[in-house]
Ligand binder design. Structure first.
Ligand SMILES: Cc1cc2nc3c(=O)[nH]c(=O)nc-3n(C[C@H](O)[C@H](O)[C@H](O)COP(=O)(O)OP(=O)(O)OC[C@H]3O[C@@H](n4cnc5c(N)ncnc54)[C@H](O)[C@@H]3O)c2cc1C
Length: 493
């Protein structure tokens, strides 16, 4: 079994083909793809792996139904293929999810029109299940009548209801494990990856990349790594880094704020619901029955003055009011917010909210900047592997990946991806043995790494509060360190 060992000081002695700066989903997929081409690759992440935007997604692995609306057929095919890759490659973590959209004969949202759209969706995505295990296949969509809709979604607003569209997409309730398992996979192919190492500068020689300077965030030590190529894949920071190391490339990232809200209440239906409030310019919300709880998203607003990755009070109030208009039998308020998952998304215009449609792969050297410096700005978790492959194909000029076979999982999904209401059984300590193994083998430096980004314990606030002290006892920390780690968990709760 591979281990995510953390020895950045020692790793300075090696010379790398590629250094990847940023350990979100795009960084780890680039690491995997480059390792498959026998490249010597190092990934450096300034916080914990997958702790920024990638932690905050709605966890939907999108097929392309929404892109049929705008007849963006290229994006539709890309999305279906990307979803199929996830279903095929990580069947333990990615599952089909049924989605229901009530129809009120408004605009194009009418049963006959949706029937055509679903038929087209099924026909154009006929390849969607090739190579996918039987229980992970995406079935055809259909139209339900008004009565049947009310059976599937008892709280549906029945006034003017003409039926609903029922289709399937995919979801990945525990995306953090996909990131960690991808790291294990790449490390098995010879890659190295360190968390809590922030890249501070680019080293160049004769206008070509020679390495990076970095800081070990744990020890404060300055580090230097030599390499031939650098890929800046720092999500919302990639434009700032491009400015520091080369120049401003505006298309890399124009920021907006996006968020999902987890409510401490049961989901209103076993299906994900696509619901639009009855008001002018209303946005369609997606109500995800995540682990039986209601995870609603995605709220979206222009970037604020501080460029913060969290919505302001007015945006959350509007969000709750909107959900109140579409849910008749659930009372939502600020009091039942369990957690807000928020991050920055790239948009087409500064200050706007129209989402960027394509990932950006920028070759700085080819555009007058340092040679062998690249920036990659992704737009969806769903397409991360596809875009990583495209970027590495273009950077190396080869598409030969050798074997794509994923190794055995490094963890036992049942012990690390627990349900929302899971609590340990006093007579069974196997969960603690699994956590100890993870601490020893997955570069767990802090209590929150283990609780939020190696396991699903942190999904439930109450559980986190109850177990934090007990879990901290699994680390070889002195009392003062233990208390400070518990205190940082309490600040996160
Ligand atoms: C609210 C919300 C909902 C979403 N829902 C979905 C969804 O349902 N489905 C979907 O497909 N997509 C969704 N997305 C989009 C998806 O989450 C993102 O496209 C994806 O996570 C971006 O990954 P990334 O690796 O580019 O960025 P990040 O995850 O932000 O990773 C960048 C990393 O770079 C690191 N970094 C920055 N500076 C440095 C440095 N100097 N040195 C080292 N490391 C550095 C950061 O710490 C960070 O970990 C959603 C996004 C948001 C915000």
């Amino acid at each position: 079994m591979t281990q995510l060992l953390r020895n950045p000081k020692q790793a300075q002695q090696e010379h790398y083909d590629i250094i990847i700066v940023g350990g979100g989903i795009y960084g780890v997929m680039l690491l995997l793809e480059a390792s498959m081409r026998d490249q010597k690759v190092l990934l450096l992440e300034k916080q914990d792996f997958g702790g920024e935007t990638s932690y905050n997604s709605l966890r939907i692995i999108h097929g392309g139904l929404r892109y049929l609306q705008t007849m963006d057929i290229a994006r539709f095919y890309e999305s279906v293929a990307a979803r199929r890759w996830f279903l095929q490659t990580f069947p333990e973590f990615v599952k089909p999810m049924s989605c229901l959209m009530p129809l009120y004969n408004k605009g194009a949202k009418r049963p006959p029109i949706l029937k055509v759209a679903l038929t087209l969706n099924d026909a154009l995505s006929a390849f969607r299940n090739n190579g996918v295990a039987t229980d992970r296949r995406i079935p055809n969509g259909k139209i339900l009548g008004a009565d049947e809709t009310a059976e599937h979604f008892p709280g549906v607003i029945t006034k003017n209801l003409s039926g609903s569209a029922l289709w399937h997409d995919a979801h990945a309730p525990d995306t953090q494990r996909i990131i960690i398992e991808t790291l294990h996979w790449a490390i098995g192919l010879g890659a190295r990856a360190f968390n809590y190492v922030a890249v501070s500068d680019l080293i160049t020689s004769k206008h070509s990349v020679a390495g990076v300077q970095a800081i070990d965030e744990e020890t404060g030590e300055k580090l230097e790594f030599q390499c031939k190529k650098v890929i800046n894949v720092t999500g919302p920071s990639c434009r700032k880094i491009s400015r520091q190391w080369d120049r401003d490339i505006p298309e890399l990232f124009k920021s907006s704020v996006a968020w999902n809200v987890l409510f401490d209440c049961p989901a209103p239906s076993r299906h994900a619901l696509a619901l639009t409030p009855d008001r002018k310019n209303a946005h369609t919300y997606f109500l995800h029955p995540w682990k039986g709880r209601l995870l609603a998203g995605t709220g979206h607003a222009p970037a604020n003055a501080q460029n913060a990755a969290c919505p302001d009070k007015t945006s959350i109030d509007q969000f709750i009011d909107d959900l109140g208009m579409v849910l008749t039998d659930v009372e939502l308020s600020r009091e039942n917010i369990e957690r807000i998952y928020a991050g920055n998304l790239s948009v087409t215009e500064e200050g706007g909210t129209e989402l960027t449609k394509r990932a950006v792969i920028h070759d700085h050297g080819g555009n007058g900047g340092p040679r062998n410096l690249y920036s990659v700005s992704g737009i969806k978790f769903t397409t991360s592997h596809k875009e990583a492959k495209r970027a590495i194909d273009s950077i190396l000029g080869t598409s030969n990946t050798g074997s794509l076979k994923r190794p055995e999982l490094s963890s036992l999904p049942d012990l690390v991806c627990m349900g929302y209401d899971w609590m340990p059984d006093e007579n069974d300590s196997s969960w603690k043995d699994e956590l100890t193994r993870i601490i020893e083998s997955e570069s767990v430096l802090h209590l929150d790494d283990l609780i939020y980004r190696r396991t699903s314990i942190g999904d439930n606030r109450m559980r986190t509060q109850k177990l934090a002290a007990e879990i901290s006892g699994l680390f070889a920390w002195n009392e003062s360190r233990r208390l400070s780690e518990i205190a940082s968990i309490e600040r996160l709760i």
